[in-house]
Ligand binder design. Structure first.
Ligand SMILES: NC(=O)c1ccc[n+]([C@@H]2O[C@H](COP(=O)([O-])OP(=O)(O)OC[C@H]3O[C@@H](n4cnc5c(N)ncnc54)[C@H](O)[C@@H]3O)[C@@H](O)[C@H]2O)c1
Length: 330
């Protein structure tokens, strides 16, 4: 039996595919390569180039392959873009998700691991954030992810589809083979490293008057390999007959933008100039996860939690892939 990884040519998906293979799992990837890279898919893994929004594509895959479970990474995930083009987000993150659920049920595939996000909490009332805190997304991206979580809740109740929703905080870092190559890039660590590498002149820091230790925003960074491991535990939980779950995934430690800059300067040996700009609307001051629930329930243990090592791994990948996956990508 195989696991279908949708969005497996993207950043977190490609690392998860690598870890699944390492764990002896059989994997098939579906990706439309809208944001992913063919080169990111581990060698020997079947990549089906197609869109999750297409029932015909999904039906064919479930017909042709013995799929036991689906890991669903495919989404649009740029917060600002989601406010400018909300319908695009509803279509890809919700409508195409419903198509997936329908096709899974038709094919009698009833195990799903879903990439959700800390954005479902909006501006938290308290940190660290636990799963039972208020859900109040402040952007369309977060709202579409929360909506799909709700759809999955209904699909379990009415149709017996069991799922694990993983609410990631900030994924970062790389493996030897796979790293972060988004276009446009909006995540702090790769942006900082692009400045270090001379690809950008300076880093824009949005706001230095937040109620945090140095005035810049605090975020919780989690190594992409630790994230990937949680997916393997989630699949095993579902395989063992476990019920639907929702888990936060972070390190439980927060770093300010200024602290990330300092660490990146030390790791790269480059000065990394930065410029303070006004705050962006909707950026919470502090986002830190409590991951106690997944630690307790599934025995998840982040192994690569050291922020220096996270940045070092990303820098090392960046140096080996100065143009990301390169001109041959797409
Ligand atoms: N990167 C983070 O820090 C972070 C944080 C929280 C949540 N997430 C969520 O995790 C998931 C993966 O994030 P990522 O950073 O790896 O994103 P990514 O953009 O690198 O990967 C997503 C992949 O899905 C593919 N895709 C998108 N729509 C598709 C469709 N309709 N059919 C087939 N393939 C499609 C893209 O081509 C891409 O390869 C996303 O759902 C994102 O919302 C990411």
């Amino acid at each position: 039996m195989a696991t279908l990884v949708i969005g497996g040519a993207g950043y977190i998906g490609s690392v998860t595919v690598e870890q699944l293979l390492g764990a002896g799992e059989d994997v098939i990837v579906l990706d439309n390569l809208s944001r992913g890279h063919r080169e990111a898919v581990a060698e020997g893994v079947k990549l089906i180039e197609g869109d999750m929004a297409s029932p015909a594509v999904l039906k064919r895959i479930f017909h042709d392959h013995p799929i036991e479970a689906v890991v669903h990474f495919a989404a649009h995930s740029l917060v600002a873009e989601s406010m400018i083009h909300p319908l695009r987000y509803w279509e890809n993150n919700v409508q195409a998700g419903i198509t997936l659920v329908r096709c899974m049920l038709e094919a009698q595939v009833r195990k799903l691991v879903f990439s959700s996000t800390a954005a479902v909490y909006g501006e938290p009332t308290q940190v660290p954030i636990t799963e039972d805190m208020p859900l109040a997304p402040t952007n369309t991206y977060g709202l579409t992810k929360l909506t799909f979580e709700r759809i999955l809740r209904d699909a379990e109740r009415a149709n017996g589809l069991r799922s694990v929703c993983l609410r990631y905080f900030n994924a970062a870092g790389a493996t030897e083979r796979a790293g972060e190559d988004h276009d446009p890039e909006t995540h702090l660590i790769p942006l900082v490293l692009e400045v270090a590498a001379g690809k950008r002149e300076k880093l824009a820091v949005f706001g230095d008057d937040y109620p945090t230790r140095d005035g810049t925003c605090v975020r919780d960074y989690i190594h992409v390999v630790d994230l990937a491991e949680a997916h393997i535990l989630a699949i095993r939980h579902l395989r063992g007959g476990g019920d639907s779950r929702i888990y936060n995934l972070g390190n439980g430690k927060g770093f300010t933008v200024r602290e990330i800059l300092e660490i990146a300067r030390a790791v790269t040996g480059h000065p990394i100039p930065a410029e303070i700009r006004p705050r962006r609307a909707g950026d919470p001051a502090t986002l830190i996860a409590s991951s106690e629930r997944i630690i307790r329930d599934l025995g998840w243990r982040p192994q690569l939690g050291d922020i220096r090592e996270i940045i070092r791994s990303a820098w090392s990948w960046h140096q080996r892939h100065p143009r990301g996956y390169g001109a041959s990508a797409h």
